[in-house]
Design a protein around this ligand. Structure first.
Ligand code: FES
Length: 206
């Protein structure tokens, strides 16, 4: 088990979150998911990863790894959700028409539950990991900044739904992986919801 706390959100609540990077660790805290433990072979092939979201707080972020890539869960307060539609005219793909997410995340929040955003933290420009800068007007980005993810290497910007802004080098929204709620407190990344007939193909760059 590893523990990692994002330090970029200066004005949001300090978050003490537990990152669960393997299913085996979740088993200790949530015994009823024990039957979902993937095999060692599945893990080596990039099998699913469970994230304990029980301690996430408004504005907080949990960081984990999936397939060696950063997998994040962000808790978006209602105030932040209310602001998302206001970004639409400024975005390259506001309706998520590009296949950067499974069908159940192709909505205005790009998520299953509006308040919890699950995303792969890799910029679609050249693959850097953007900074989480949730506070509107944060001086590190600028006074018109609505809050979101900022990739400082070449200035790509994404809103709090991971939707890329126009006039930046990144061409696509941040990718949303397959995931579902294994319980109210655990998100499983790497698998579709039970019963989902998703035919979506993840972009190869993942
Ligand atoms: S990799 Fe993000 S702007 Fe270049």
């Amino acid at each position: 088990m590893s523990e990692e706390i994002d330090t970029s959100k200066r004005h949001f609540l300090t978050v003490a979150t537990v990152v669960v990077g393997s299913v085996g660790v979740v088993m200790a805290a949530v015994p009823f998911v024990s039957s979902m433990e993937p095999s060692a072979r599945a893990k080596s092939l990039g099998g699913p990863v469970d994230i304990d979201i029980s301690k996430i707080e408004p504005g907080g972020m949990i960081k984990a790894k999936w397939r060696g890539k950063p997998a994040w869960v962000v808790q978006r307060p209602q105030t932040a959700l209310n602001e998302l539609p206001k970004n639409d005219a400024l975005l390259r793909d506001p309706d998520s028409d590009e296949p950067q997410q499974p069908a159940y995340a192709k909505n205005e929040w790009r998520s299953i539950k509006p308040e919890l955003f699950v995303v792969i933290g890799i910029c679609t420009h050249l693959g850097c990991s953007p900074l989480y800068v949730p506070q509107p007007g944060d001086p590190s980005v600028g006074p018109t900044w609505p809050g979101g993810f900022f990739c400082p290497c070449h200035g790509s910007k994404y809103d709090l739904a991971g939707r890329v802004f126009k006039n930046v080098p990144a061409p696509l929204n941040l990718p949303v992986p397959r995931y579902y709620y294994a319980s109210d407190q655990v998100i499983r990344i790497g698998e579709d919801p039970k019963g989902s007939k998703s035919t979506w193909t993840e972009p190869l760059v993942w």
